[in-house]
Write a protein that binds this ligand. Structure first.
Ligand code: SF4
Length: 895
């Protein structure tokens, strides 16, 4: 009421923060609307920084240029690099030191301006001594170049006010938890006694509760449930949530509120009901990050995940067709195994995949690159780079053709302002390289906070300091534990501790922290009629105690009431229903071979999604060869070895006769690597890496062939045999690694494996893998002889062996097998073959009928490496239906 009356009378209110100024202005306008007014004078509310700046410009301006943050940091960086070249060798070290020095300078301006004079710091030594020297250099540079740090404005302003006897309007201060010494001097010099005073705190809250939660998640859930109930009872209520580490906890808080808040009849969705007082770094906002990446990509490589993100956010697509073409191009690159960890623009444009890049897009990107190459031949002023970077983005088509939302427009404006701020780095007439301009731009974008205009959401989330000056109908203060409140912090490393203590700088003594937290707590108590404090008993495995300051004002913490306790099992996000619709598969060829029926067995939806919708997991690029590429090379070498004359062999006898096995293998490895090594690996990896891959293959395959030398005689009939099979009418293309004829005339189906493969995966019902049973049952119909066995050939260093099922392993495979060997104990039988055939036929029929139920054969094992969770949403179904039911899990574990 006091502030409102003051403003109505035309008085000036100065707030501690911009957020408090906005909040007071919003409250003033709400009050006028509530009075039924349609027009009224703008209230005179200014935050501290804009107040000082405006008064300086009006009254004390003396021709000096007031530095922006960025300009001042660049001056400090220059001074630090000159004074301590060895300390700034590491990337980013110079900027970090400059930021520290700038912070120390600000502290001196706010708390001990007398120490800004060079001779007042005579006794400072070590790191503080170094900083003192930098500050002297900074003072000289500013004096010689007529520059002024914004942090010095209040200091300079005090002397100007003291010399000026003009009467000044009175000020009402709001939201100052603590008046800093320099502020104190300035307000004292502003006018005679009573010209400046603090707004009185409101009445202390009538209801003050202190809640104890089991852990931070329950604490957040309680706060969200309370907010929901509070807004349901009074849709016009304004709630303030105060939390420590607002920036760090933002995602967690958003998720918690979105989960529990639900719909409100006055609000379209939970997201629009909450608002954070702090913005996010501009570099995390889509448009700004996109612009950063595009500019970097013109002259340097960017990571593949950055490129994926950039293309997926439609920031260079001039039309929906271009957008689709870009996505298809990336998909085609992946499908052909052409992914790489980093992409330069030139490499990207050079790729030939099965999809085409739109010609206009290629022309735009090439033009931008060409323009940059020409312009970057000589250093330019930051102003020239800023203008040029805008042109480059325009040439590339940024920010894309789709219409921008209001928040995106605001982000675009903030990006342009930030680029303009970087242009002002040329205030000292320097010229810089493109890479230096980009580095400065990256820094500025990362340090700039962006928050879209307030939508006046009913729930505002703020840090303890940012909440100064804010009022609400009810407040919830999270994290009121002894460890977190008073908030702990560290002293500044560039100012002597004694100086910090004497000046009362933040965290210089526990008492200072206590006094500040105490003042803030009392201010919070006066900011709403209803206040809730809460803390979590356990946090990150550590037992927490209640904050003593809060206990003093709210009493001992009480367990959460039942209505603020979240259910242990969350409400399912998906509503499960029986889906009996089935879309039969039109009888045409399906790619994937036996994998189609393996996936049908593992989970019908997986087969439907991969074979019919062409859904695939997104494989990340790897630095060297990927596992499939390694497997391909190994298959190629074995195919070459067992391919028969002129270079290969076919029989056990030929294998046994080889005098130098390693040399024989090496010849095949060299040939395979020459012909089949992926071009990407050849381009990116050093020659030595490729040699090591070759040596590894020689060792592995030589060991394998030594193992095969211990077999009973055999002949290799086929390697990499391509064949077609029709299973219950489903046409499949198959490719068998190898088929041997054993000494009794029967056939042995072999599949090479370098990883773990288990015969258990063939167990019925619902086998985890049907590949070899399918080959044995359906792909050998044209071969003479019956199936004598199906085995994995396990090529693993030191563990080469066969694993599988063989009719008479000791007589046909290896005489030396022990009686305990699984190959001997569990021979292949006709019943096995029949049962597998029946199961595979059933799976094929289910696939053809369109069976696509989300039904993994063994949850969560089957889903672990599937990669389709985002599509099938199994997690949501399981969370809703099965959580807490241990019996299934135990059975599965005991199987
Ligand atoms: S993640 Fe599991 S449930 Fe989903 S498709 Fe894959 S196997 Fe089926």
């Amino acid at each position: 009421m006091e502030i409102d009356a003051w403003l109505r009378d035309g008085g000036i209110v100065v707030t501690a923060s911009e957020r408090a100024a906005r909040s007071l202005a919003a409250a003033f306008h709400r009050a006028r609307r509530a009075e039924g007014l349609t027009a009224w004078p703008t209230p005179n509310i200014r935050d501290w920084h804009s107040f000082v700046r405006s008064v300086w410009d009006e009254r004390a301006f003396d021709g000096r240029v007031v530095l922006s943050q960025l300009q001042e940091q660049s001056l400090w960086a220059r001074i630090v690099a000159h004074a301590a070249p060895e300390a700034v060798q590491l990337a980013g070290a110079g900027d970090r030191l400059a930021a520290l020095a700038m912070g120390a300078h600000l502290l001196l301006c706010d708390y001990a301006p007398q120490l800004l004079k060079d001779n007042a710091r005579a006794g400072w030594d070590q790191d503080a001594g170094a900083f003192s020297g930098w500050l002297t250099a900074f003072n000289e540079l500013c004096r010689d170049s007529k520059l002024l740090s914004a942090a010095r404005l209040p200091v300079e302003f005090v002397s100007s006010l003291e010399a000026d006897t003009v009467e000044r309007p009175p000020l009402l201060l709001a939201g100052f938890d603590r008046i800093l010494p320099t502020q104190h001097k300035l307000f004292a010099a502003w006018g005679v006694d009573g010209a400046v005073r603090q707004a009185l705190l409101g009445a202390t809250a009538e209801q003050v509760d202190f809640h104890l939660a089991a852990d931070p998640a329950s604490e957040l859930a309680a706060c969200a449930l309370w907010s929901k109930a509070r807004l349901a009872a009074d849709p016009n209520a304004r709630l303030l949530i105060i939390t420590q580490d607002e920036r760090k906890r933002r995602g967690e808080i958003e998720r918690g509120f979105l989960r529990f808040l639900g719909e409100n009849e006055n609000s379209p969705g939970p997201a629009s009901q909450i608002e954070f007082s702090l913005g996010v770094p501009l570099g995390k906002v889509t448009l700004a990050r996109g612009a950063q990446l595009l500019l970097r990509w013109l002259g340097d490589a960017i990571a593949e995940n950055e490129l994926d993100w950039l293309l997926a956010t439609d920031q260079i697509a001039a039309s929906p067709d271009e957008s689709r073409a870009l996505t298809a191009f990336m998909r085609a690159l992946r499908r052909r195994g052409l992914q790489r960890q980093r992409w330069t623009l030139a490499e990207f444009l050079r790729q030939r995949s099965h999809a085409e890049l739109p010609a206009e897009l290629v022309a735009r990107l090439m033009q931008a690159r060409q323009r940059l190459q020409e312009f970057a031949r000589s250093p330019q002023t930051p102003l020239a780079w800023a203008e040029f970077s805008a042109q480059l983005l325009q040439i590339m088509g940024w920010p894309g053709a789709r219409p921008l939302t209001s928040a995106e427009f605001q982000a675009l404006r903030r990006w342009q302002q930030t680029v303009d701020e970087c242009a002002s780095l040329g205030f000292d007439g320097r010229r810089i390289a493109w890479s230096d301009f980009l580095a400065a731009l990256d820094r500025a974008v990362d340090e700039t906070l962006f928050a879209p205009e307030s939508q006046d959401a009913p729930i505002l989330i703020a840090g303890p300091a940012e909440s100064a000056g804010l009022t609400a109908d009810a407040v919830w203060f999270l994290g009121a534990s002894e460890e977190a409140w008073p908030a702990a912090g560290t002293t500044h490393p560039l100012i002597p501790i004694a100086v910090q203590r004497d000046a009362g700088m933040p965290h210089a003594s526990p008492k200072l922290d206590w006094d500040l937290a105490n003042a803030m707590t009392r201010r919070v108590l006066a900011s709403a009629p209803e206040i809730h404090f809460s803390y979590a008993r356990q946090s990150e495995g550590v037992e927490a105690r209640p904050s003593r300051i809060v206990v003093q004002v709210a009493g001992l913490a009480q367990s959460l009431p039942a209505d603020l306790t979240a259910a242990a099992i969350p409400e399912p996000l998906t509503v499960a229903c029986d889906d009996t619709t089935q879309l039969p598969y039109p009888l045409r060829e399906v790619s994937g071979g036996a994998t189609v029926l393996t996936t049908q067995s593992q989970c019908p939806f997986k087969a439907f999604a991969t074979a019919r919708l062409d859904a695939k997991e997104w494989d990340a690029a790897e630095a060297g060869l990927t596992a499939p590429e390694r497997g391909l090379l190994l298959h190629e070498v074995l195919h070459s070895i067992w391919g028969g004359p002129p270079n290969g062999i076919r029989t056990y006898a030929e294998l046994a006769a080889l005098a130098d096995l390693a040399a024989f293998v090496e010849g095949h490895v060299v040939r395979a690597l020459q012909e089949k090594m992926p071009a990407r690996a050849r381009e990116q990896m050093p020659q030595r890496y490729l040699e090591i891959e070759g040596e590894r293959l020689v060792v592995l395959i030589t060991e394998w062939l030594r193992f095969e030398q211990s077999r009973l005689p055999f002949t290799v009939l086929e390697t990499e045999k391509k064949t077609n099979a029709s299973i219950a009418g489903l046409p499949l293309h198959l490719r068998l690694d190898r088929v041997d004829r054993l000494n009794d005339g029967s056939l042995l189906v072999i599949d090479y494996k370098t990883g773990d493969a288990k015969v258990k995966s063939w167990d019925l019902p619902r086998p985890d893998d049907v590949q070899l049973p399918l080959y044995a049952g359906f792909a050998l119909e044209n071969e003479e002889g019956e199936v004598g066995g199906l085995v994995f050939a396990k090529l693993r260093a030191g563990e080469s062996c066969f694993e599988g099922r063989v009719r008479a392993a000791k007589q046909t495979l290896k005489a030396g097998l022990s009686g305990n060997s699984n190959l001997v104990r569990k021979p292949l039988t006709q019943q096995d073959m029949t049962a597998w055939r029946d199961e595979i036929n059933t799976l094929a029929k289910a696939f053809l009928a369109g069976r696509a139920d989300v039904n993994p054969r063994e949850y969560p094992e089957t889903c672990k490496n599937c990669g389709l969770q985002a599509l099938c949403r199994i997690q949501e179904i399981q969370d809703g239906a099965g959580a807490g039911d241990d019996s299934d899990g135990e059975e599965a574990a005991g199987e």
